[in-house]
Design a protein around this ligand. Structure first.
Ligand code: NDP
Length: 328
């Protein structure tokens, strides 16, 4: 028992607050595994929690951080013993259950997965929930029967976390990748990850037509709104788009035309409550097909003390790739 350093968000008479404070073991929530957190990351949802820009936090006080990697300190779960390296993504951690921006976390062992053997804790968090979601999206497209021979794949929000990992995975798996970005100065970065073509996201953000010229067979969209509507309207016959994000907006102003006239499929991707089986599949794909040099190119590492300021930056679209937070 003892105290540890944590980022804590709270809501009171003064409004929403976020800062570092000493947290006590006794304040941790129920769980059968206690983890010494070594690394966490900054995902878009963490930006929302740190800033209070959207109500993702549903319990106060809350330690944000929707994912972490660390080492088991204590466990009464049959699958884990002290010293085991573990990873956690989602399950409401950082939203309804105290999260990863802390030197210690206590969670249900069923939420954890063992750290994949081929990855360090820092690499697992460089991938983080954004990268694991990109893997779920690629799996969804391929499970739908799509292959690189069917045509190119578009990735929206290309320079962001989901987008960067999606590009690297799709390229490695033989896809021709079209990267849509609002940051043309990141063209070399995106090509380095495996993008074959870069398009200006302005081509997709405006109001579109129900059907437009067919441009791609598949897509990973982390942007939503008119971008997703345009991506659907430009998808080839019997193609599919995996939708996983809302960086532009939660709305989807589209029509049924792509679905009923071109047989296009819209595949929903959720990482938070995904089954253990899907998680293992996604992490195995990442371990196998995400080249370490590309992962390194995607990653920026920051000390724990700088995590709060990253929240506003990721919401402003100023973070390139993925941010690893070194905790302890
Ligand atoms: P990032 O901020 O790293 O990436 C989002 C990217 O979207 C930005 O880098 C930018 O790319 C683009 N973008 C931002 N604002 C706009 C805008 N107004 N219009 C068009 N494009 C925009 O976030 P993450 O990669 O961490 O997350 C991406 C999305 O996926 C978020 O909405 C997040 O909530 C969601 N997500 C969902 C998960 C799930 O389980 N379904 C899990 C993880 C994430 P560029 O600069 O290249 O244009």
């Amino acid at each position: 028992m003892g105290t540890f350093k944590a980022v804590v968000v709270d809501k009171g008479d003064q409004g929403y607050s976020c800062g570092f404070r000493s947290f006590d073991d006794a304040e941790l929530m129920e769980g059968d595994v206690t983890v010494r957190v070594t690394h966490s990351t900054v995902n878009y949802k963490d930006g929302l929690a740190l800033t209070g820009k959207a109500p993702v936090v549903r319990r106060f006080p809350m330690i944000p951080g929707i994912d972490f990697a660390g080492v088991v300190e204590a466990s009464s779960h049959p699958d884990y013993k002290p010293g085991d390296p573990v990873v956690l993504n989602g399950w409401g951690v950082g939203e309804t259950h105290l999260g990863g921006y802390a030197e210690r976390a206590r969670v249900k062992g069923d939420w954890l997965i063992p750290l994949p053997k081929g990855l360090s804790a820092a690499q697992a968090m460089a991938i983080g929930t954004a990268g694991y979601t990109a893997a779920l999206a690629v799996i969804a497209l391929e499970r739908h029967g799509l292959t690189p021979e069917r045509g190119p794949a578009v990735v929206t929000g290309a320079a962001g976390g989901v987008g960067s990992v999606a590009i690297a995975l799709l390229a490695k798996r033989g896809w021709r990748v079209i990267a849509s970005t609002g940051r043309p100065h990141e063209a070399d970065y995106l090509r380095g990850l495996g993008a074959d073509e870069i398009i200006d996201r302005a081509e997709l953000t405006g109001p579109g037509k129900p059907l437009a010229k067919e441009r791609w067979a598949a897509g990973v969209d982390s942007v939503g709104s008119t971008t997703l509507a345009n991506v659907l309207s430009m998808t080839r016959y019997n193609g599919a788009i995996a939708a996983c994000g809302l960086a532009q907006g939660m709305d989807l102003p589209t029509s049924v035309a792509p679905f009923i006239l071109r047989g296009v499929a819209l595949l929903g991707v959720d990482s938070v409550m995904a089954s253990k089986e899907r998680r293992f599949e996604a992490w195995a794909l990442l371990e196998r097909d995400l080249e370490p040099s590309r992962l390194a190119a995607i990653t920026t590492t920051i000390p724990f003390d700088e995590v709060i300021g990253m929240g506003a930056k990721i919401l402003a679209g100023e973070v390139r790739g993925r941010v690893v937070v070194e905790i302890g």
